[in-house]
Design a protein around this ligand. Structure first.
Ligand SMILES: Cc1cc2nc3c(=O)[nH]c(=O)nc-3n(C[C@H](O)[C@H](O)[C@H](O)COP(=O)(O)OP(=O)(O)OC[C@H]3O[C@@H](n4cnc5c(N)ncnc54)[C@H](O)[C@@H]3O)c2cc1C
Length: 342
């Protein structure tokens, strides 16, 4: 099924979310796609608990709190979110509209596209050890889809952060055996989770191991056997596993955006500073993804860009109409759109 719309925003970071607001004030409804399973971009993924001090009129605001506030602010405009999917294809049709497709098969026919894609789509850091690639999605995974299917299995979990520890604890007792492999003795996860994990180690159902993965080994019959791991003394160990889960965090990847024929300078999409339009009319870019003389990668810069881009989107959609600036304080139309009464 194709979703026909006026506007698709790629990226649900702070700038993509504020873009929803600015479009909403102009009565333009937006669909928002993000490769992460939650909104918030870098704020929620990289530093949710850190305080931000340079958001206008908020002397201090937690990064996740900022995202929560933005979600509240945009709620009157009822944005449609398509999370956990990466936009993989964008093509301009003969009519000047765009066809956009995601990794989950969602398809849009849209008049405008706004890239709010930050540093690119967040994707799991891959296990690059010898032989690993051919077992990806079969025995090597980057997320747990169905924990129940792991009952009675031998599992290796790679990582030392919250995801690795949370899944170790969640699967303990379900899997027959878990080996947690981390490069160092110190973990980055919450101390309470680390203490709990340590208390469960019995060398049978749960074991921890320090070292780095060298390669995948197979059984005599050619089936997946497990991982060969090298410890700090350069000793090689074969750790048997039915399934391996890699939780090494996420890294941003510009990925397909680089192939969409846009003018790009050092992994940033070039825009003008009147409309924040890219080299392709109808495609706009706001926030960390764009570049122009004097660009500063700050959230407040992205908010300003989103406001001007919204007016430009409006003009693109209705070239014959004059776009009037209206104050949210005094405009009855703005109040109606915001769902507030005065
Ligand atoms: C530790 C740290 C501290 C910071 N502190 C501050 C601060 O104090 N003040 C400040 O102003 N800024 C700060 N920043 C920078 C700020 O976080 C960024 O400027 C801001 O997040 C940019 O927002 P954005 O919406 O443009 O992009 P992002 O937050 O990067 O979000 C982009 C989203 O787009 C998604 N995406 C990308 N490509 C695709 C695709 N093809 N398909 C689907 N989804 C896609 C990504 O998954 C991501 O969720 C800090 C950054 C870091 C790392």
């Amino acid at each position: 099924m194709t979703i026909k719309t006026d506007s698709v925003i790629i990226g649900a970071g702070p700038c993509g979310l504020f873009q929803v607001f600015e479009l909403g004030l102009l009565d333009i409804q937006a669909h928002v796609v993000d490769s992460l399973s939650q909104v918030g971009g870098q704020c929620s993924e990289l530093y949710p608990d850190k305080p931000i001090y340079d958001i206008p009129a908020l002397p201090v605001c937690g990064a996740q709190e900022l995202i929560d506030r933005l979600m509240e602010q945009i709620s009157p405009f009822n944005p449609q979110f398509h999370l956990g999917q990466t936009v993989t294809r964008l093509e301009r049709s003969d009519t000047g509209r765009f066809v956009l497709e995601t990794s989950a098969g969602t398809r849009f026919d849209t008049a405008t596209v706004i890239l709010a894609a930050g540093l690119g789509a967040f994707q799991p850091r891959r296990l690059r050890a010898a032989g690993a690639e051919e077992w990806e999605a079969r025995n090597i995974h980057y997320r747990v889809r169905d924990p129940e299917k792991l009952a009675g299995m031998g599992i290796v979990i790679l990582g030392g952060g919250d995801s690795a520890l949370d899944w170790t604890l969640a699967l303990h007792g379900k899997a027959s055996r878990i080996t947690l492999v981390h490069r160092r003795a110190e973990y980055r996860a919450q101390p309470a989770s680390v203490n709990k994990m340590k208390s469960l180690i019995d060398g049978d159902t749960l074991e921890e191991f320090q070292g780095h993965v060298r390669s995948v080994f197979t059984t005599e019959g050619g089936a997946f056997g497990g991982l060969e791991i090298v410890d700090a003394e350069s000793e090689h160990h074969k750790v048997e596993a039915d399934e391996v889960f890699v939780f090494w965090g996420l890294s941003p990847n510009l990925g397909p955006i680089a192939d969409w024929g846009l003018d790009i300078d050092k992994r940033q999409v070039k825009v003008d500073t009147e409309k924040f339009q890219t080299s392709v009319p109808g495609i706009f870019a706001v926030g960390d993804i764009n570049t122009y003389p004097g660009k500063k990668k700050l959230i407040l810069s992205g908010f300003h860009e989103a406001a001007l881009a919204a007016f430009a989107v409006q003009q693109h959609l209705h070239p014959d109409q004059k776009v009037r600036l209206q104050y949210t304080t005094t405009s009855p139309l703005m109040h109606k759109r915001l769902g507030v009464s005065q």
